[in-house]
Design a protein around this ligand. Structure first.
Ligand code: ZN
Length: 502
């Protein structure tokens, strides 16, 4: 009996998952290969497919089936996870009237172009009216979905990182503010800046591509189950665990693509590592945005910017660029790729200042959603926050409030997961070091040992466990931001030759 009910639920799930994957493929195509004029017509296909997805997920028959199945908790763990994930998504969507759901989809499809134009013209006032509308939908949807007494911003945060509400995030960002802002000041005032001029120069694209492939492969990215393409902004898309796609971009600065590839390969390994029994179910994805970012940032920063990683690998990089790197030692290279410099642009930020960029966005999102701050005040608020936390002030909106696409897409509550990802990564690293000799493995070029640990403790579970459960499993304890703060202080204190006091 239960078997038959699950089989019926599964037909809904299969259709929903297939539509989501089709949408992901369109998104991939849009960013990589689609011709410029494809936008308008393709967005209609996307609109129709999104509508179909909404229809499946809000079908009253599915609701009935999940209720019928509900009592039988002894069914397998995977089935239970799938049904409860379906139920959550169903509740989230049915709370929103279909007309509003579709109107919002049309609005956000259009808002991206308005944002891009405003950014190009460096004019926030062009974007403000659309942003106000997008924000209006997000607040309304949050109001529909909120449980009794739940704050609206907490509803939004929950979509990306379940269980991490403002109370926890205020504590987390409060620590970052009180510890990292003064520490950054010390680094800039007392530290010894490394020379990184050699990273910029004549690095031919085909050589950079060779390096990108070699690096991804070195990390364990399987090119028989994945591809590497070029796009304006690097990202990862996955259809299932045997079709994982990452992108990079090639710039004059060779470390830009190199670290993008390491970052995306971290996302890619996660997707490839999801269990066969889960892939193509609703549980066959990363557990949360924060956990996904923890994997990419673990590889990009903790592993990828460490001395131990480059010891065996840097000679291979130099063999691709023998002239450009002729006089650069491994140590000089490692110091250069760890150069700290407060800047205006988040995506170009170094490891130490990165989360301060997120701190600004977190505080502004809270003000917009919880305090109803008018969007017109954003440019000025943005600039003052940058001045306060990073010590620099944007002179134009395109270097300030207009730099990220996220808000145009209605993604409020998403930014904090970037900072959480970094903090999760540092905590997982601590846990991993108790179980395996990470530095030794890196020095011997045995990345597989590390990737294996992550696969066994995190990747294979997909969404059957929450970010909290995975964190406890991989590190031995619940979320503790201090690991991240002490990791940063120790690493950059050493790299910048600061005296050990503070
Ligand atoms: Zn990422």
């Amino acid at each position: 009996m239960m078997e038959r009910i699950y089989e019926k639920i599964k037909t809904y799930m299969d259709r929903a998952v297939a539509l989501k994957r089709a949408l992901a493929l369109f998104e991939w195509d849009n960013e990589t290969l689609a011709p410029v004029k494809a936008g308008e017509e393709t967005s209609r296909i996307i609109g129709t497919l999104s509508g179909e997805y909404y229809g499946i997920m809000t079908d009253p028959c599915l609701k009935e089936l999940t209720e019928e199945w509900g009592g039988q908790m002894q069914e397998g763990e995977i089935r239970m996870a799938c049904v409860s994930l379906l139920r959550e998504e169903m509740e989230r969507l049915t709370a929103i009237p279909r007309e509003e759901y579709e109107a919002n989809a049309r609005l956000t499809a259009k808002a991206g172009a308005v944002w891009a134009e405003a950014r190009r013209k460096n004019d926030f006032s062009m974007f403000a009216p659309v942003l106000k509308e997008v924000l209006g939908y997000q607040k309304r949807f949050a109001r529909y979905q909120a449980k009794a007494g739940q704050k609206l911003y907490n509803v939004l945060l929950d979509q990306y990182e379940k269980g991490f509400d403002m109370e926890i995030l205020d504590g987390f960002f409060g620590r970052l503010k009180s510890e990292l802002v003064p520490f950054l000041k010390r680094v800039m005032e007392e530290g010894r800046q490394p020379d990184d001029a050699f990273l910029q120069g004549d690095y031919p694209e085909e050589k950079q591509e060779q390096l990108a492939r070699m690096t991804a492969e070195y990390l364990g990215f399987d090119f028989e189950r994945g591809v590497l393409e070029v796009s304006a902004h690097p990202f990862t898309t996955s259809l299932h665990n045997r079709d994982v796609r990452i992108t990079t971009h090639y710039k004059d600065r060779m470390d830009s693509s190199l670290f993008s590839v390491i970052h995306e390969a971290g996302h890619g390994l996660y997707e490839m590592g999801i269990g066969d029994e889960l892939t193509l179910t609703v549980a066959g994805e990363g557990a949360s945005m924060g956990i996904h970012e923890s994997q990419s940032r673990f590889f990009e920063n903790i592993i990828g910017r460490s001395m131990a990683f480059w010891k065996p690998f840097y000679p291979r990089v130099r063999s691709i660029f023998p002239e450009q790197l002729a006089n650069v030692t491994t140590e000089q290279f490692v110091r250069a790729v760890n150069r700290v410099e407060p800047g205006l642009i988040r995506t170009e930020a170094d490891e130490l200042t990165y989360s301060l960029h997120i701190l600004v966005r977190y505080e502004l999102e809270k003000a917009l959603i919880e305090e109803d701050m008018p969007v017109e005040l954003l440019p000025e608020a943005w600039a003052s926050q940058y001045e306060a936390y990073l010590g620099i002030r944007p002179q134009k909106d395109s270097d300030g409030v207009l730099q990220d696409i996220h808000w145009s897409q209605g993604s409020f509550g998403y930014f904090p997961s970037y900072a959480l990802g970094s903090a999760f990564a540092a905590q997982i690293y601590e846990g991993m070091k108790k179980k395996i000799d990470v530095e030794g493995a890196l020095e011997r070029g045995e990345i597989g040992v590390i990737a294996d640990y992550l696969q066994k403790n995190i990747h294979r579970y997909g969404r059957t466990k929450t970010s909290r459960q995975l964190l406890i499993q991989a590190s031995g304890e619940d979320f503790e931001p201090d690991y991240y703060i002490s990791y940063l202080k120790e690493k950059y204190g050493k790299l910048y030759g600061l005296k050990e006091d503070s």
